[in-house]
Design a protein around this ligand. Structure first.
Ligand code: NAD
Ligand code: MG
Length: 405
């Protein structure tokens, strides 16, 4: 079976309970939801390490509640905030800087890593967890987009297991349960909400504001993924994520727009059956599924009442108004270095949009131009991936803001 990265129950070697967990990105949207899930089941989880980025104050509150042995932040300013917020008599080991996250991901005392840092910064910690043979609950889709081939190989060598937290991939994982052979799969169908601008044409998108783009109709998420949802790049990254997780060609991964976000994705089998996963759009559900797998854990989420929802609708994605989805599919097909370029260009463009330095329509244009300039390079090592990631970011910044320092 090719699809070893997400285990079927019979193949997976999973840590026993209580699981000893490192949460990377604890102060983000996924991290906060994961802490809620674990707080509801204290007998099943020991929070061993909490890592935040620059929000030392929130991390201190989380540490005060959960008393992890380790904490990590990105810089000294966040470290000072963290230290100032810790209660007397409790002093976790504090690590600072980007290397801290890879260190925590590979700690001997940790058996389960929730990878929920945003962006390419999640690649090295996820790889460290893969090399160290951990159970990886993966929210950080960008790490597979950058180097899914490298992470797969590391999992294969160490016995590490990845379970997908991303709701669509978690739905697929559940729909693939009990699969006997890969050739029984006809296709995977990812659902997309369509984001806040569904139904609008390209011309009307040019002037949309940051506030409008951040206002996702169904999900409450971090800023970067919210913009990715508005451009449909999120779905593009998810197509690539699905190809890596399930070892399938991009032609077998389809997308349908489903504005209610109740069906989280579908697996179509060769007999024409489609298995759908339904639930309320709340990330606690897939997070609990991964952290507790193969157990089902209770979560404090409103129950889905289909009679109240009334109707579920579906439509084709509009690739003309939202070119990012097509750019991502093409990038995956073009070879392993193109997705690195796609992701780096997207991260620079989204950050520039959020800072007010770029319009919404400039996001796909920036990515397309970077992909057009790119000539394939070897990205078979993590160093090569990271070099290319850096080079693309520098090139775009120089081209767009030549006067910046
Ligand atoms: P977020 O912005 O809310 O949180 C990001 C976390 O990463 C924060 O803790 C932040 O401090 C930390 N961080 C940011 N930059 C960092 C860096 N350079 N080094 C170390 N830590 C850093 O993001 P989110 O919405 O929680 O998303 C996290 C990841 O999960 C993303 O990859 C996203 O695509 C994925 N995801 C999120 C959702 C969701 O509903 N939020 C759903 C599916 C997948
Ligand atoms: Mg998703």
């Amino acid at each position: 079976m090719k699809t070893y990265i997400s285990p079927w129950p019979q193949a997976a070697k999973l840590p026993d309970f209580p699981r000893s967990v490192a949460v990377l990105g604890a102060t983000g949207s996924i991290g906060v939801n994961a802490l809620k899930v674990m707080a509801r089941h204290p007998e099943l989880f020991t929070v061993m390490a909490l890592a935040g980025g620059r929000n030392g104050t929130l991390l201190a509150e989380q540490c005060a509640r959960l008393r992890p042995r380790y904490a990590a932040v990105l810089d000294d300013a966040a470290r000072r905030e963290l230290e100032a917020g810790l209660p007397a008599g409790y002093s976790p080991q504090i690590l600072v800087g980007p290397d801290a996250f890879t260190t925590l991901a590979a700690l001997d005392e940790v058996d389960t890593v929730l990878s929920s840092i945003v962006g390419a910064a999640g690649f090295e910690p996820t790889l460290a967890a893969a090399r160290a043979g951990k159970l990886i609950c993966l929210a950080n889709k960008e790490s597979l987009v950058l180097g899914g081939h490298i992470i797969r190989a590391a999992c294969h060598a160490s016995g590490a297991v990845i379970l997908p937290v991303d709701s669509e991939h978690n739905a697929l994982f559940q729909g693939l349960m009990g699969l006997e052979s890969d050739d029984e799969i006809a296709r995977l169908i990812l659902t997309a909400s369509g984001g806040p601008f569904r139904g609008r044409d390209a011309a009307s998108l040019a002037g949309v504001t940051r506030k409008q783009a951040l206002a996702h109709p169904n999900w409450s998420m971090g800023a970067k993924i919210s913009i990715d949802s508005a451009t449909l790049m999120n779905k593009g990254l998810e197509v690539i994520e699905a190809c890596h997780l399930y070892g399938l060609p991009v032609g077998m991964v389809h997308v349908v727009v489903h504005p209610q976000s109740i069906i989280h994705s579908l697996v179509e089998y060769v007999d024409g059956s489609q298995l759908a996963h339904l639930g309320m759009p709340d990330m606690q559900v897939p997070i609990a599924h991964c952290l507790g797998f193969p157990r089902r854990l209770g979560v404090d989420v409103p129950r889905l009442d289909l009679a109240r929802v009334g109707c579920l609708t579906f439509e084709e994605p509009d690739l003309a108004a939202f070119p990012c989805l097509g750019l991502a599919r093409d990038a995956y097909d073009a070879g392993p270095s193109h997705p690195v370029v796609l992701n780096a260009a997207n991260e620079v463009a989204v950050a520039a949009f959020l800072d007010g330095r770029m319009g919404f329509a400039d996001i796909p244009a920036t990515i397309e131009a970077a992909l057009d300039r790119h000539r394939p390079v070897d990205v078979s090592t993590p160093e090569a991936v990271l070099d290319l990631d850096r080079a693309v970011r520098d090139e775009i910044r120089r081209a767009l803001w030549p006067d910046a320092d």
